[in-house]
Design a protein around this ligand. Structure first.
Ligand code: NAP
Length: 333
């Protein structure tokens, strides 16, 4: 039998396990031109929260009582499509099902070159590309500048900070536990790191950690953390707005900083982006990220949960900061 995870209810506020439903069906048979895929690794991502709302955005919402979809690495176990052979490994946006049929459209074949398969969901996948493109295209880092990154110990943030260091920036990360703060400094060689949950005056802590001011703020979280960084920006600062996870569950209770005056007085650029804006840069970005990973200059950090049944909980855990690096579910057993 084939297990499938459906969106059962549209979450109100924080997502709960009751918003998902497990169903079982016969394993589907591939028709002419189709392949049968077995799910190996599933990426859970904060942006999926937005797709659970019935609202228009840059990706269409999930439909109620239909499977959730995310980045998945899968194996071809049966094929009626000449472009794929049995045993091929692919990645793409696929459904939360143990098995599924596909025509192969939109799937990328993964060559076995010794790279771990989970890297294609993280550092060599969507989150690595987000870090690379957002930082280089909007942040435009220069050696000697100060880069602050929020959500710093997560999938995107940990790569942003490491690339910043490779390019000669001073890097300060903001994260939610002392363990993460320690990891940023000792494993990723950030120059400073701040625990936003235990620091009473974040604005002052950022000022102390960045005595020359902030030239680039890579924003993954939004709200109060961003307010505290923005009041510390330098003239001509760049602010790639990558995500706003602190707002995804609908907590908009605080009006926060009115950014206009800060941006105006500092001649600063604040720009939101979606990674797919930079699709034409992906081949060069993957080449560079792969080279840095192989040279040991970029460390892939991952939290791997076990078992298909654990996918919804792993997704919920993102909002409680339980992951370090990319959150992935291993469904191989
Ligand atoms: N623009 C794009 O194309 C694009 C692409 C990918 C991701 N993103 C965005 O980038 C951000 C990071 O994504 P990711 O995949 O790398 O996730 P992630 O950082 O690996 O995981 C989410 C992390 O967010 C932090 N967090 C959760 N709730 C928070 C809150 N209320 N306030 C502050 N921090 C909170 C947690 O770490 P702590 O322990 O530090 O709280 C958690 O570990 C998200 O906002 C995501 O939507 C955007």
């Amino acid at each position: 039998m084939n297990k499938i995870i459906l969106l059962d209810k549209r979450p109100v506020g924080k997502v709960s396990l009751n918003d998902f439903k497990f169903v079982q069906e016969e394993i589907p048979q591939p028709m002419e031109g189709e392949i049968l895929l077995k799910t190996l690794y599933v990426s859970v991502d904060p942006y999926l929260r937005g797709r659970m709302n019935d609202s228009k955005s840059y990706v269409p919402p999930f439909q109620l009582h239909e499977p959730i979809e995310s980045g998945i690495v899968a194996k071809v176990v049966q094929t009626n499509n000449a472009a794929f052979k049995e045993g091929d490994i692919v990645s793409g946006s696929l459904k939360w099902q143990q098995y599924q049929v596909s025509k192969g459209v939109g799937l990328n074949k993964i060559e076995d070159d010794g790279t771990s398969l989970t890297a294609y969901l993280g550092i060599l996948g969507m989150t690595g590309l987000t870090a690379y493109c957002g930082l280089l295209e909007i942040g435009k880092p220069k050696a000697g500048e100060t880069l602050v990154v929020s959500g710093a110990a997560g999938a995107v943030g940990s790569v942003v900070g490491q690339i910043g260091k490779l390019l000669g920036c001073k890097v300060v990360g903001i994260a939610g536990t002392d363990e993460k703060v320690e990891m940023l400094k000792s494993e990723f060689h950030f120059d400073g790191a701040i625990n936003y949950k235990t620091t009473p005056d974040l604005k002052k802590a950022i000022q102390d950690a960045c005595p020359d001011g902030v030239d680039i703020y890579f924003d993954n979280v939004g709200a109060e953390i961003s307010d505290a960084v923005l009041v510390n920006i330098n003239k001509f600062a760049r602010i790639p707005v990558c995500g706003a996870i602190s707002l995804y569950n609908g907590d908009n209770s605080s009006n926060g900083l009115r950014v206009s005056s800060v941006l105006l007085s500092k001649s600063a650029l604040m720009q939101g982006f979606i990674v797919s804006n930079y699709a034409d840069k992906f081949p060069a970005a993957i080449k560079q990220l792969t080279a840095w990973v192989k040279e040991g200059k970029l460390i892939s950090s991952e939290t791997i949960e076990q078992g298909f049944d654990h996918i919804p909980q792993a997704f919920l855990d993102l909002f409680d900061g339980k992951n370090k690096g990319k959150m992935i579910v291993d469904c191989t057993n």
